[in-house]
Design a protein around this ligand. Structure first.
Ligand SMILES: *Cc1c(COP(=O)(O)O)cnc(C)c1O
Length: 377
């Protein structure tokens, strides 16, 4: 129940252990095609260039940035947590002239703030994180996309934690480049980074004056392997593809809407339970992510001792606060296969025990009752 990796579904672990075949084997190519189609369905896009980069989510970030940015290009990065900071760093390393706009941790960006930033920086690309895993803030994308495109810029969105937990509508929202990772709401081991590029983004990449700085992440080269040519580029992590394929099948067997509703319901139950203990959220009201519950550690409760007891006595992992939130916030994940009523109820009952041991005052049993009241509706 941390900020990822989430629990991996047993079917995904089984798939991971199947026999390794060649990365140009006809069966493997068929699997790639079918996985690409499921990724398009998950990103809600018709983008041809929808693939899985052979590395973790950060490589998805790097792929999106280095393909769109040439040295000297202007990029506007929205920073309200760790992953916005990372994107600004990646863009600087790629040679972009980076302008950062900032919000306090836990808050999200408004359209007006974007308009101001766009007017000043006149960026080629705007980068923003939809689900900030360090703060639990849910950034709306659709309205921001409109002003970004009115200004003639491209929109790059981090959906590492968002994808599979809340709706990500790449075509409806006009997103130009998007990336994710396998170990958050897809409940697959870490190791692949689904990405998708719009036709507008591909046209920009095609007309670059310089070569993409990264050979490994160059979308032009990757397109020759993922497209009909099937030219060897690098040896695909075959077994990770089995795993992601199975993870996506599980999501579509449940159905996207039901999957999102399940994430929301378990979040609401957890939130009601925590509220009854006097524990509130770190992210702005109305913008709290269902899969990443960043909550304020109550006064008088020992951060490290509580997390250690959760892990060593009960086998439950939750995340510590990062950066400004260190020692102040817990990050409780309800991602993918981990988003289950069992986990919510077990966590609340164990937390009550640990709070009672530390002399924290609350009405015993209240969190379970509050969570169950949500489940009863
Ligand atoms: C986890 C995460 C990343 C980085 O992914 P890795 O798989 O750790 O490389 C990037 N952005 C967000 C929002 C994340 O939650």
């Amino acid at each position: 129940m941390g900020p990822g990796p989430s629990d991996v579904h047993p079917r995904v672990l089984d798939a991971l252990g199947k026999g390794t075949i060649g990365h140009l084997d006809p069966y493997y190519l068929e699997l790639m095609d079918r996985m690409q189609q499921m990724l398009r369905d998950l990103f809600q896009t018709a983008n041809r260039m929808t693939i899985a980069i052979s590395a973790t989510g950060s490589a998805g970030m790097e792929a999106a940035v280095v393909n769109l940015i040439e040295p000297g290009d202007s990029m506007l990065v929205c920073v309200n947590g760790v992953f916005g900071m990372r994107m600004a760093d990646v863009a600087t390393r790629a040679g972009a002239a980076v302008t950062q706009i900032k919000r306090p941790w836990g808050e999200v960006f408004t359209v007006d703030e974007l308009k101001q930033g766009l007017a000043q920086a006149k960026p080629k690309v705007v980068g923003i994180v939809m689900a900030e895993t360090s703060t639990g803030a849910w950034q709306p994308i659709e309205e921001i996309s409109r002003v970004v495109h009115e200004a003639g810029s491209l929109l790059l969105v981090d959906t590492v934690t968002a994808l599979g937990g809340i709706p990500v509508e790449v075509d409806a929202w006009n997103i130009d480049a998007v990336y994710s990772g396998t170990q958050k709401c897809l409940s697959c081991p870490p190791g692949l980074a689904p990405v998708s590029f719009s036709q507008r983004a591909l046209d920009v990449i095609l007309h670059r004056k310089t070569k993409v700085q990264s050979w490994y992440l160059d979308i032009n080269l990757l397109a020759n392997y993922w497209g009909t040519d099937r030219v060897y580029h690098h040896t695909a992590p075959v077994n990770m593809t089995y795993a992601l394929y199975e993870a996506l099948r599980i999501i579509f067997e449940e159905g996207l809407d039901k999957c999102f509703a399940r994430h929301m319901r378990n979040h609401q139950a957890l939130r009601a339970g925590l509220a009854s203990l006097g524990i509130g959220y770190a992210a702005q009201d109305g913008h709290q992510l269902p899969m990443l519950n960043a909550v304020r550690i109550p006064d008088g409760v020992d951060d490290a001792a509580t997390r250690s007891a959760l892990l060593h006595r009960f086998g439950i992992e939750i995340g510590a606060g990062l950066g400004e939130f260190r020692g102040k916030v817990w990050r409780i994940g309800l991602m993918g296969y981990s988003s289950r009523a069992n986990n919510v109820l077990l966590f609340l009952s164990v937390l009550e025990q640990l709070l009672a041991e530390q002399g924290y005052p609350f009405e015993h049993g209240s969190s379970i009752a509050a969570a169950n009241a949500v489940y009863a509706t």
